[in-house]
Design a protein around this ligand. Structure first.
Ligand code: FAD
Length: 529
């Protein structure tokens, strides 16, 4: 089957490139070996940020680009990316003093001129403790308050990029692995792919291939038979822990300098809990096999204990934990923190003309990265395409004000107010499509577990959101699998709904149940390391 471009990798970068290319009119195919957003793009800090600390490395261009993209995402995806207040506590003896932080934030505000979030404020110790009462009071000299943004669920950001790409004609093949990149006469000609569920293989042809495989970029390049390419990625793993709402954190995230090594350290209100991270440790080998070390968990607990001593956090408090591998550019022994977070686009013109690899990047800048990549693809194809529209086209569920739609779903569809609020909060304007399923079958208004999720969401995941397994549905669509109990209380009900809708027999039910348990066990296990 012929395409203009085959994109390998269904993380944020692959999804962003697919959307951009499809909207411009290219024939696009995206391959993802697992489910969408099953790697780095979900195991991150979930911040859409300018990167205040990059100012120290004089990366003004990256900060300006990130701040511009933050604003773009707040505009095109207001249901998925929301402003987040942050507080930087200032203490006697910090490596960066009050004057440095103030100067940095002044520059940060300047570089984001025209932004929609408030400018920074400097707080005295009493005001700092009013905003974040749990902060250790001893030695507190005050705090700096500023705003960035948060993508609570990058999983859904990836999904909505893929839905937009599909609506514009792209073929999205999940659970399909690129096994080989085909090259003839020094030019890329396509990809051999295999569906991991059915085992079926296929040869897909295209004059352009984008390797957006994140930490697997080098592994994929290793598939260019007979060619040895230099290593592009220098992976660095980062672990986060998830705990119940940290007493004394309040509504802002805390951004501090780690006591042990001066690295940036975040304590973030997230998904009705608190997300704490991260470590930054060089790692090699198969990214799928990476795991957290006990010392990483100790480090995170010690740092949060230093900042919020009264919370007395211990291993028993950890709900779960996750680890991701930053696909940073290989930098030969350079300090991890100093390695640029700027992306690079490599054209392997010497060995496979038409093959491009994405090195590095941030969740925050995926859209501008995609625009840059697709501009290059357009030049390479040498044909006329529409211009880039991704900075102005809203994502499919974009909804600036959730309140009227939630009220409408309650009044018109008879959904409880809390259910309507959940649906609009998660699906944006597409909550109306979830509610329409209830109109079709009132049984789908049945609650799942004791929260506000409903059965219709399970059907919606399979019918309209590219889910093919129960794990896809719980972990990366309804997001129930990232709740405090990792979805344990809704598992059997959701399984019943999916099995009824899709006609799963007993063996399939058992497989699907086991699939979810395997994913959640990995998150629990990581926390026990
Ligand atoms: C700990 C940590 C914290 C971070 N925090 C932030 C943050 O707060 N803000 C921010 O902006 N950025 C952050 N980042 C960076 C950001 O998460 C990454 O830069 C970004 O997610 C990379 O996306 P990607 O699409 O390139 O890679 P991935 O999301 O890893 O996607 C690559 C995909 O390719 C697939 N794949 C691989 N090989 C094949 C194959 N042969 N066939 C088919 N598919 C294949 C994989 O399964 C994977 O899904 C963080 C990263 C980490 C690790």
């Amino acid at each position: 089957m012929g395409f203009d471009v085959i994109i390998i990798g269904g993380g944020i970068n692959g999804a962003g490139i697919a959307r951009d290319a499809a909207l411009r009119g290219m024939r696009v195919c995206l391959l993802e070996q697992d489910d969408l957003c099953s790697a780095t793009s979900r195991w991150c800090s979930r911040l859409i940020h300018g990167g205040l600390r990059y100012l120290e490395f004089a990366e003004f261009g990256l900060v300006r680009e990130s701040l511009r993209e933050r604003e773009t995402l707040l505009r095109i995806a207001p249901h998925l990316v929301r402003p987040l207040p942050l507080l930087i506590p200032l203490r006697a003896g910090d490596r960066r003093g009050r004057a440095t932080i103030r100067a940095g934030l002044w520059l940060y505000d300047l570089l984001s001129a025209g932004k929609s979030v408030p400018a920074h404020r400097m707080l005295d110790p009493a005001a700092a403790l009013r905003e974040m009462p749990g902060l250790a009071a001893a030695g507190l000299r005050g705090a700096a308050s500023y705003h960035d943004a948060q993508a609570t669920f990058p999983e859904r950001l990836v999904l909505e990029n893929l839905l937009a790409a599909r609506a514009a004609g792209a073929a999205i093949r999940l659970h399909t692995r690129a096994e080989r990149v085909l090259v003839e006469g020094g030019r890329v000609t396509g990809v051999v792919a295999r569906d991991r569920r059915t085992g079926a293989g296929a040869t897909l042809s295209a004059p352009l291939v984008v390797n957006a495989a994140g930490p697997w970029v080098d592994q994929l390049l290793g598939m260019l038979a007979g060619r040895r390419l230099r290593r592009f990625i220098g992976g660095a793993k980062g672990t986060h822990i998830v705990v119940d709402v940290l007493p004394g954190l309040g509504a802002s995230a805390c951004y501090a300098e780690a006591g042990a090594d001066g690295r940036p350290f975040f304590v973030i209100p997230w998904n009705g809990m608190t997300l704490i991270g991260t470590t930054d440790i060089p790692c090699a080998g198969d990214p799928a096999a990476v795991h957290s070390d006990p010392a990483e968990i100790d480090y995170l607990l010690a740092e949060v204990g230093r900042l919020f001593p009264a919370a007395r956090l211990s291993r028993e408090d950890i709900r779960y934990s996750y680890v991701g591998v930053r696909p940073l550019p290989a930098a030969g022994g350079k300090d991890q923190a100093a390695i640029t977070r700027r992306h690079a686009i490599r054209h392997h013109r010497g060995v496979a003309r038409g093959l491009y690899s994405i090195i590095g990047g941030k969740l925050t800048t995926y859209r501008s990265l995609a625009e840059e990549v697709v501009d290059r693809l357009v030049r390479r194809l040498g044909r006329e395409f529409a211009s880039c529209s991704t900075a102005r086209e809203p994502l499919p569920g974009a909804l600036a004000d959730p309140v009227p739609l939630a009220a409408d779903l309650t009044a018109r569809c008879g959904l409880e107010a809390a259910v309507a609020t959940r649906l609009v909060g998660l699906y944006g304007s597409r909550a109306a499509d979830v509610a329409a399923l209830v109109g079709r079958d009132s049984g789908l208004a049945a609650p799942l577990g004791s929260g506000h999720a409903i059965a219709a969401e399970v059907v919606f995941a399979f019918e309209a959101e590219l889910a093919t397994t129960l794990a896809d549905c719980l972990m990366r669509r309804t997001m129930l699998g990232l709740g405090p109990d990792l979805g344990a209380t809704v598992l059997d009900e959701a399984l019943g709904v999916a099995a009824g809708y899709l006609g799963w027999d007993a063996a399939r039910r058992a497989t699907e149940r086991a699939g979810v348990l395997a994913e959640t066990a990995a998150l629990r296990l990581a926390a026990q390391s």
